[in-house]
Design a protein around this ligand. Structure first.
Ligand SMILES: N[C@@H](CCC(=O)N[C@@H](CS)C(=O)NCC(=O)O)C(=O)O
Length: 324
């Protein structure tokens, strides 16, 4: 784990000393948008028109943020139009790598690089910042479009609709105002909450993260008793953003990140909801438990110094969910 400083790779772990033991996630650095006609999106520059075969996605199957983009690529029928490279699950001193000695790790299909940081410096030779997945690459201009998953899923939601003919809308204009506060709470206390609990290096920082995490899971459990999805009958991006954390919770976060008041299987509604989303057409194939379990336990030496991969519960995500 490390970062780029003036285009050079430096092996450094997150510095939690300056923040009283709290893990602070940095902002993504590339924020352009693919749009149907190449006009600029809400941030960044224009010139990224939706075209079949033009864009490439770099992902880790382990990463919940990258997983969102893979889900949208699958459910919006973008698989024939956007190519993918999958990094190796081990993120060690050189960061994400393109080693292929793990089933499903593809290597770098575009440049044959060994490390993901080389993709970042191909765009910005003197880049300073973190090297994260997902990365959306424009083959036509030879540059990064975006490395912010929340925005990549919104591009995938609509920019390619006239190419794919798929008009499903997971971010409908009429519901955006209702989706935003739900996303914000889930991001802060659940998606990022598990990381804040797991990477905390003080008791106070851990407590500050883990208590709101379980308050939010209790709230979601109640909400899902009355509602099929977070926004009622409509399946939206808010559900997919929550799902990638729920699917990792029992195999990883419960033990590795010390989020162990309860497991998802202990919440009847959340557990059935997780299975319903897992069984949604196209989604199962985006879930790779081998990468998920290996990545966290093997990569975070500060949490699991002997890199022992735990046996883990056997969970049946294919069991009938009874939620419509
Ligand atoms: N804001 C980014 C966060 C992505 C992110 O933090 N990805 C993690 C993997 S789960 C990563 O690549 N971390 C490497 C690092 O921080 O050095 C997004 O949602 O796209």
């Amino acid at each position: 784990m490390g970062l780029l400083v003036d285009g050079k790779w430096q092996d450094k772990w997150y510095d939690t000393k300056a923040t009283g033991g709290e893990f602070k996630r940095s902002e993504a650095s590339f924020r352009n948008w693919i749009t149907a006609d190449g006009r600029p999106g809400p941030s960044g520059e224009g010139g990224f028109a939706a075209e079949s075969g033009r864009y490439h996605l770099y992902v880790s199957y382990a990463c919940p943020w990258a997983h969102r983009t893979l889900i949208f690529r699958a459910i919006k029928r973008l698989e024939p139009h956007i190519t993918v490279s999958v990094v190796h699950p081990d993120m060690l001193d050189k960061g994400w790598t393109f080693s292929t000695d793990f089933a499903g790790a593809t290597g770098d299909a575009l440049f044959g690089y060994d490390h993901l940081h080389e993709v970042y410096t191909r765009d910005t030779p003197d880049m300073t910042g973190r090297v994260t997945v997902p990365v959306l690459w424009d083959k036509a201009q030879g540059r990064i479009v975006s490395n912010e998953s929340a925005e990549i899923i919104r591009m995938f939601n609509s920019a390619f609709d006239s190419i794919t003919g798929d008009r499903q809308d997971f971010w409908p204009a009429a519901r955006r105002a209702a989706i935003e506060p739900v996303n914000a709470r889930i991001y802060d206390t659940v998606n990022n909450g598990v990381y804040k609990a797991g990477f905390a290096t003080s008791q106070a920082a851990y407590d500050k993260a883990v208590v709101p995490l379980f308050e939010s899971l209790d709230w979601l459990e109640d909400h899902l008793a009355e509602n099929r999805f977070l926004m009622g009958e409509a399946l939206t991006e808010a559900d997919w953003r929550l799902f990638t954390t729920l699917i990792r919770f029992d195999p990883v976060y419960h033990l590795h990140f010390k989020c162990n008041r309860k497991r998802i299987v202990d919440y009847p509604n959340l557990w059935a909801y997780t299975r319903a989303l897992y069984q949604w057409p196209g989604v199962r194939g985006t879930v790779h438990f081998d990468h998920i379990v290996r990545h966290y336990h093997y990569s975070h030496a500060s949490i699991n110094p002997h890199r022992i991969i735990p046996i883990n519960p056997v969970l049946d995500y294919d069991a009938p969910h009874g939620r419509g």
